[in-house]
Design a protein around this ligand. Structure first.
Ligand SMILES: [Zn+2]
Length: 120
């Protein structure tokens, strides 16, 4: 039985977990600076940005292969960022006009932290 992977996770080349994931994946396609992989165990599809394209790479499960390369995974990446930071504070975002609460260890709310390129 294949263990379930989260729909999105950080992928850091050179780590044991990255090597372990890659060993379970077969490359099936490339497009738009992304690679599409099929997991051997359960036939699920996974997207990974090519190395060097983004500072932080994510391994994202692709449920619909139509337009797999441009599927917007930012909501998933934001949820992962929020989780990684340990949730919200009681402070208000310092971005002018924004009244959202900040995420832990940031002066900005989730959306404005993400907009600034922060991913973890
Ligand atoms: Zn904000």
């Amino acid at each position: 039985m294949a263990t379930l992977w989260p729909q999105v996770s950080y992928f850091n080349s050179g780590t044991a977990s990255a090597r372990q994931r890659m060993a379970e994946l077969d490359l099936v396609d490339r497009a738009d600076w992304c690679e599409l992989y099929k997991r051997k165990d359960d036939g699920t599809f996974w997207r990974l940005a090519v190395e060097g394209k983004f500072e932080q790479r994510f391994l994202v499960r692709i449920d619909d292969l139509t337009n797999w390369s441009i599927f917007d995974s930012s909501p998933l990446e934001k949820a992962l960022l929020l989780d990684q930071r340990g949730g919200l504070t009681d402070e208000v975002c310092i971005q002018q006009g924004c009244s959202e609460r900040t995420i832990q260890r940031s002066a900005f709310c989730l959306n404005h932290t993400f907009e600034r390129g922060v991913r973890k």
